[in-house]
Design a binder for this molecule. Structure first.
Ligand SMILES: C[S@@+](CC[C@H](N)C(=O)[O-])C[C@H]1O[C@@H](n2cnc3c(N)ncnc32)[C@H](O)[C@@H]1O
Length: 359
């Protein structure tokens, strides 16, 4: 089986699976004809290797959907139409076995466990896997909220399993956080969305240093999370009594884009569940604003952002601007200067930079 990262990367240290995935494959005992769910399989290693069981794969990111489809096709495998489900969906059948590649966010881990418990038989068995350096005692505590019997395996190649049996009686929870923005406003977001129950400090810095122009009426919030930046812009235009702009929110995470739908509504708000800005028309935006991603689970990876910056450039009208916040050490200015007409530092602190780039 050949599994590669998608989007393709030149960085050889970034792998499409790790020892935790291998440990699952070594220890997982597939019962015949069992209904299996696989969760948080970011590039498809597990879904491809267990394809003969026709698993249900829980897909929470557009990039994950693209990676799974890419690797299935590369290995001449196929998945049926209802084998990909989102974290909001019911499973097509009650599952009897499930695999979770434990995510970094413990909120997301809980959300995945809830979905499995809601859509499984009473004798469901779950195998969860993680790298020991990322062990967090909440992994066990949360598992014990849902299962009577929670056991950890011995470590192998610095990976370990948690085996859960004996499902407790299940009561569905509403897994939504309220994020306080100010005394009058809170935004909602599903568990597992960026920054959990608070506003990110880089985002706050951007909002404090975000120049707006009333002539800009097509605005993109790129990597929009719960929509906090778009929400701020709408508010400012309203307070200034400027014409209502169109806000285009672009996000890879389905939990994030669905969260932003809870916070922003109207004919001028447009949502795109998208990983590479494919659904955005070229030269259509007056302004693009972003607190771009650079952490993917436990990895730091700027390749994806650099690609989004190139796409941001092509989505802007001539004379349009891209404004972003980033951690100083990422030093994006030289790259952005090479693709934009000019760049300009709007604000700088010891930790963050707000940079404006003109097309
Ligand atoms: C630093 S967070 C910012 C979220 C939000 N704008 C805020 O300020 O709270 C970056 C966001 O980028 C999203 N993301 C990651 N890869 C992406 C991609 N390829 N396209 C669009 N969004 C992406 C993540 O899901 C995450 O919500």
């Amino acid at each position: 089986m050949k599994i590669i990262r998608f989007p393709l990367t030149k960085n050889k240290s970034l792998q499409a699976w790790n020892a935790a995935d291998e440990l699952i494959m070594e220890n997982f005992q597939a019962n015949d004809n069992t209904v299996l769910a696989i969760t948080n399989d970011r590039f498809g290693y597990l879904s491809c290797n267990l394809n003969h069981m026709k698993p249900i794969s829980v897909v929470a990111f557009k990039s994950q959907e693209l990676a799974l489809n890419y690797n299935l096709e590369e290995n001449e495998l196929s998945a049926t139409e209802d084998s990909f489900v989102s974290p909001f969906d019911s499973f097509p059948n009650k599952v009897e076995q499930a695999i979770i590649k434990v995510p970094k966010s413990m909120e997301l881990y809980r959300l995945y466990l809830e979905q499995i418990c809601e859509n499984s038989t009473d004798d469901i068995e779950i195998t969860a896997a993680f790298m020991t350096k990322y062990f967090n005692k909440q992994m066990v505590e949360i598992s014990e909220e849902y299962f009577e019997n929670v056991e950890q395996s011995k470590a192998k190649k610095k990976a370990r399993l948690i085996i859960m049996k004996g499902k407790k009686s299940f009561e569905k929870h509403e897994l939504i956080n309220n994020v306080k923005i100010n005394d009058k406003l809170s935004l909602k977001q599903y568990y597992g969305v960026f920054a959990s129950s608070k506003i990110d400090i880089a985002t706050r810095y951007l909002l404090e240093n975000l120049p707006l122009f009333k002539s800009e009426l097509q605005i993109m919030d790129l990597a929009s999370g719960n929509g906090v930046i778009a929400n701020h812009i709408i508010d400012k235009y309203k307070n200034n009594k400027w014409q209502t702009p169109h806000l285009h929110l672009v996000e890879d995470s389905i939990l994030a884009i669905e969260s932003s739908k809870l916070n922003l509504q109207g004919d001028n708000i447009h949502f795109y569940y998208d990983a590479n800005m494919e659904s955005i028309e070229a030269e259509s935006m007056d302004m693009i604003v972003s607190n771009p991603p650079f952490h993917f689970e436990h990895e730091e990876n700027t390749e994806i952002s650099l690609n989004l910056f190139r796409k941001a450039h092509s989505s802007l009208k001539s004379g349009g601007r891209f404004i972003l916040v980033y951690n100083r050490h990422l030093n994006y200015n030289p790259f952005l200067k090479s693709i934009f007409e000019k760049t300009n530092f709007v604000a700088e602190s010891n930790r963050f930079v707000v940079l404006e780039c003109w097309k």
